[in-house]
Design a protein around this ligand. Structure first.
Ligand code: CO
Length: 458
């Protein structure tokens, strides 16, 4: 059967390679062309784009989505979001998750891909329910990782729960790029055998093995793959769209994308990439493979975070020690997959452990995690570590969001003087400081705007 392609260059591509800095104009100019290529969907929104839009580009993420929708008449638009965290870093109440799904779909999203860092199915339930309620297509992504508990059976059980939740499809999200071809064969064969869900694979080329893994997965029953238009592919990003379209030609899996359309987009994409290379936002290092991630099972983004934390502390000589500490902390924490926010949390704790002594200082987020505030850890947490930190405090064992009262109406009241729409309220709920600054500028009286422009010119 023909493999379907989800084009990621307009979301994950620039998020992975140049810190999510592609502008709305750049995205819209390419989306307009790509709409005719024959993709299953274009991933264009969510992830880090929402924050980055307001924080660095002074652009409204909701306006971006409406502009993309206006030029994409044929192809579905897809977004990524993190279960009960939506796009932020705390758990939101169910009514906020519901409103976010509603507004995303109203403004142009067709497919919502939702994941939870711990694969705690309870943190995904509301997002699936709301996406379906407003007529969206819902895909659950499992955060792929390796550990003694992350067996094929574990993933098959997860897939069965995803199916009973009413999701439309399942994506294996290999954010670190550590899924080996042979393991992909076993995993996709087992998923295909045990569920009726459409299956997708999302990988990263960071470790240098992703194309081989995609091929193995396709042969084992993977229905869709995530690829990025070259030259925005490879390195810390996804494999190349054009390469897969060519490699599968003449086989039963041929995606049959329109090559003329892809060619038409290439010079624009080239120009965009050159711009970010020249400005230094795109580090050429991000474009090559880093086999270290296969050794340490650490995502590429986390490696660069660790490096910058150590540089800040003038302690780059402890880098190898920190890399060895990461799997140790991860084991003690019950093997959480290293994806946002757990990758940052485990990484920071590993740095603290090496520089200050093991668990002498414990990050607040790790304390919350040990209190059950993020959900259930995949495996038992090491109590010799947890007990001195948690003491006699109560541990949450229910779904964390069950403890939250509905909050949308009170957020609306709180932001009444800045927000002019429910979309604005959601932006403020997710990124309060960034959205406050952004919306104040956006709604400033006209004279003030003109003065600002005047200042910029002279
Ligand atoms: Co990704």
């Amino acid at each position: 059967m023909a493999v379907k392609i989800v084009e990621t260059s307009l979301r994950d591509g620039h998020q992975s390679l140049f810190a999510t800095r592609m502008t709305t104009d750049e995205i819209v100019s390419m989306a307009k062309i790509l709409d005719d290529a024959g993709y299953y969907a274009l991933e264009v929104w969510g992830g880090a784009t929402f924050d980055s839009c307001m924080r660095f580009l002074n652009e409204d993420p909701w306006e971006r989505l409406r502009k993309i929708k206006a030029v994409c008449k044929k192809t579905k638009l897809q977004m990524l979001f993190r279960g009960q965290n939506i796009l932020g870093y705390r758990h939101y109440s169910d009514d906020v998750v519901d409103m976010f799904c509603k507004k995303s779909i109203e403004n142009g999203i067709d497919v919502i891909r939702v994941f939870d860092a711990l694969n705690d199915i309870r943190n995904l339930r509301q997002a699936v329910k709301s996406t379906k309620k407003y007529g969206g297509e819902c895909q659950i992504a499992l955060s792929y990782t390796t550990s003694p508990v992350h067996t094929i059976d574990y993933y098959v059980n997860f897939a069965k729960e995803v199916e009973s939740l009413g999701a439309d499809s399942l994506c294996v999200k290999d954010m670190a790029g550590v899924l080996l071809p042979e393991d992909a064969t076993k995993l996709f064969s087992a998923l295909k055998k045990n569920t009726n869900l459409a299956l997708e694979l999302h990988g990263h080329c960071t470790g240098g093995i992703c194309e081989m893994t995609y091929m193995a997965a396709i042969k084992a029953g993977c229905d869709r793959i995530d690829t990025s238009l070259s030259p925005l592919s490879g390195g810390t990003g996804q494999p190349s769209t054009q390469a897969f379209n060519s490699a599968l030609k003449g086989t039963e899996f041929a995606p049959n994308l329109n090559e003329d359309v892809l060619h038409e987009c290439e010079p624009i994409m080239d120009k965009v990439v050159s711009k970010y290379l020249a400005s230094g936002t795109l580090n050429p290092k991000a474009l090559t493979a880093n086999p270290n991630i296969l050794t340490y099972q650490v995502p590429g983004g986390m490696l660069s975070n660790l490096m910058s934390q150590l540089k800040g502390q003038n302690a780059m000589d402890r880098y190898d020690e920190v890399l060895r500490e990461v799997p140790r902390v991860r084991k003690e924490m019950g093997y959480p997959p290293l994806v946002t926010p757990l990758s940052q949390m485990v990484g920071t704790q590993a740095v603290l452990n090496v520089l200050m002594g093991r668990y002498k200082i414990v990050a607040k987020e790790i304390k919350d995690y040990l209190h059950g505030k993020y959900g259930k850890a995949p495996a038992e947490i090491d109590q010799t570590i947890a007990k001195p930190i948690v003491g006699d405090d109560e541990i949450i064992t229910c779904r964390p969001a069950d403890l939250l009262e509905p909050e949308f109406e009170s957020l609306k009241e709180k932001y009444a003087d800045i927000a002019k729409s429910d979309e604005d309220v959601l932006s403020l709920a997710l990124f309060e400081n960034v959205a406050t600054d952004f919306l104040k500028k956006k709604y400033a009286p006209k004279e003030e705007n003109q003065t600002e422009e005047f200042n910029v010119i002279f």
